[in-house]
Design a protein around this ligand. Sequence first.
Ligand code: SF4
Length: 383
Amino acid sequence: MTIDIDNTLLLLGRGSDPASERGVSCPGELPPASDPALVERARAAKQALGDRLFVLGHHYQRDEVIRFADVTGDSFKLAQEAAARPQAPYIVFCGVHFMAESADILTTGDQQVVLPDLAAGCSMADMATYDQVEECWEVLEDAGIAGDVVPVTYMNSSADIKAFVGRHGGTVCTSSNARRALEWAFARGSKVLFMPDQHLGRNTAVLEMGLTLDDCVVYNPNRPDGGLAPDELRDATMILWRGHCSVHGRFSKASVDEVRSRIPDVNVLVHPECRHEVVRAADHVGSTEYIIRMLDQAPAGSAWAVGTELNLVKRLADRHLDKTITYLDKTVCFCSTMNRIDLPHLVWSLESLVKGEVVNQITVDEETAHYARTALDRMLALP
Ligand code: SF4
């Protein structure tokens, strides 16, 4: 048996894979995780950088990292926050690669965006590569329907996919505005190609737009012609890319049934990246920001089972001790790539900036950034 060493190591964040969100390993010396001075070192580096630094923290980040964020939010809110800080030359993005790319696209040319660990990619974003999307478009052209299709990509996709969508008259969406993005798209074409999260696309189309499951087909980029016959593509209204989130995709209908039998009157609250049968079985569905708002506003004494990333659920449970807040699944699961950003990587990137060395800078080339911005601007202009 031959073992592909490069790809094995890539899973550990080593080597390089330009076609992937995973990036390359960190150069330089990382402080050991056991260093008891890490918190003090991070604090001192932040203080030394002062207003020149702005630290963004995604809701799914570890506690040890999020405490140093100047602002927390979901991917879209963080990109907007980065864009609103033109005076800070250094943006340190505690999140994953596609988010840092969006921040680079939306910030000025004088600002540098740093991702503390380049191995912090996103498995969902990795499920759609530029070449695969181009090939899919050729399949749609061969089926004679490309002119009817408006591409929509979730924020959780690489910059070159966003640029593809920008070039082909489409838009980006988030989990908060997916319905408005689909309405916008269906006003311009009779079909939508939705990438890369099949679940967000299906849940929005069926539960919010009145389409049926039969109106949706799943394009599998790993099969010839996406595994679909031309007639299936011609008959479909929603062409869903076969991608999913490895965290939200874990929740099952059985998890919902189990928690309902265990906790009387529990409210099941899930993210729309969960599978269709899970979202259908839940009481409430919404974006990360929606989940936070719901729990902030929930009455004392109420019980909640939450289907989203564990770091966030734990923090919300700690924040609301007057409510019962539990993780939806019995098997706990962090987002492994979000967790790549730990305190040693944060300290290393901040101390490097203090020394005047910009490490792990995320840059998007000008042409890609231009078309990706076109798609992002269409999203920002959604009613
Ligand atoms: S939670 Fe899912 S979508 Fe978000 S970064 Fe992790 S793998 Fe990607």
